[in-house]
Write a protein that binds this ligand. Structure first.
Ligand code: HEC
Ligand code: HEC
Ligand code: HEC
Ligand code: HEC
Ligand code: HEC
Length: 181
């Protein structure tokens, strides 16, 4: 004998006890919350001493990444610009804005800006910007669409699996000694 369909309410009543649904609901909510915590953990955007915007500089004003991160083509590190680089422009680009005034203060007091470092690999890993940049890997492949963001954060996981996956894809070296000297 087939039972007549009486809507979802009855469907839930007749198949499993109410408590079971509650447990399933809680588990689902837990999984969702866990997922979003994990997602957030890979995006720490520290507050910087000056609200420097990549969107304004590299996006709106189309200043090349290499104008400020000059070392990236010839060194292992990309480097962050010194106050002198900021001052070259901001002695002319004067805004009635407390953040740009900070740039001028740092210049006048000969005081470096203590930028908070975002990316760090463990000491046992060897990485070189020069090698990747000269192989034509775009900054954005590893750092995301930097030119669209106000406050920078880490996008890539920087795990061994992340490095190795791309090395496989692009037929780059997989030898342990490439990345562990
Ligand atoms: C006008 C100078 C300037 C330009 C142009 C610029 N940057 Fe930066 N960049 C900075 C400064 C200053 C910092 C440190 C403050 C911060 O993290 O926002 C920085 C930080 C970074 C960091 C994080 C460094 C860390 O601590 O791990 C990355 C990655 C980066 N820039 C990539 C880029 C890329 C990619 C471009 C081009 C799309 C670019 N930048 C263009 C000045 C610049
Ligand atoms: C190549 C020229 C150039 C360099 C180098 C440069 N800036 Fe700028 N900056 C600009 C321009 C152009 C603007 C936008 C001016 C406007 O909005 O009219 C700007 C805007 C700003 C602002 C205001 C942003 C806003 O939201 O309005 C801050 C703060 C700032 N810059 C800080 C820095 C710091 C810190 C450095 C060095 C790491 C730096 N700039 C290097 C050209 C430069
Ligand atoms: C193949 C991936 C990859 C590419 C491409 C890449 N980066 Fe990086 N970047 C990294 C990794 C990994 C780190 C952390 C390095 C460390 O801790 O030794 C890093 C760190 C940085 C830093 C902070 C530390 C430092 O080296 O000064 C800046 C700034 C930076 N990158 C900018 C850039 C810019 C600008 C470009 C393009 C010209 C670029 N990166 C291209 C992976 C990449
Ligand atoms: C998006 C792709 C990509 C990612 C991600 C990437 N690499 Fe690479 N890597 C390359 C390519 C392509 C080359 C080959 C460069 C060449 O042939 O000169 C390379 C070369 C290298 C080299 C030089 C190899 C040699 O033969 O001297 C080192 C060291 C290196 N990668 C380390 C790393 C580490 C460490 C990471 C992770 C933190 C990483 N790479 C992530 C694409 C990538
Ligand atoms: C393309 C780069 C690359 C290659 C090739 C590579 N590694 Fe790594 N390895 C890394 C990075 C990056 C880390 C750091 C990851 C992290 O901290 O999450 C790492 C971490 C490790 C660690 C430490 C793990 C831990 O928990 O701290 C060991 C051990 C290791 N690698 C062994 C190896 C061995 C063995 C090989 C060769 C079969 C190898 N790696 C090849 C990039 C590489």
């Amino acid at each position: 004998m087939t039972r007549r369909w009486k809507g979802w309410r009855n469907f839930f009543r007749m198949t499993l006890p109410r408590k079971t649904y509650l447990v399933i609901l809680l588990l689902a909510a837990g999984a969702l919350a866990g997922g979003s915590i994990l997602a957030r953990r890979s995006l720490p955007a520290p507050v910087q001493p000056i609200e420097f915007s990549h969107r304004v500089h590299a996006g709106d004003n189309q200043i090349s990444c290499l104008y400020c991160h000059t070392a990236a083509t010839r060194s292992t590190v990309a480097g962050v610009p010194t106050v002198a680089t900021c001052y070259e422009c901001h002695r002319l680009v004067r805004l009635k804005n407390s953040e740009t005034n900070k740039v001028l203060e740092h210049w006048e007091n000969k005081q470096p800006i203590a930028w908070v470092r975002i990316h760090t690999l463990p000491d046992h890993v060897y990485f070189s910007h020069k090698r990747h940049v000269s192989a034509g890997v775009a900054c954005q492949t590893c750092h995301g669409d930097v030119q669209t963001v106000e406050r920078l954060s880490q996008i890539a996981p920087l795990t061994m699996g992340w490095c190795v996956d791309c090395h496989k894809e692009r037929a780059a070296s997989l030898e342990c000694s490439t990345c562990h000297k």
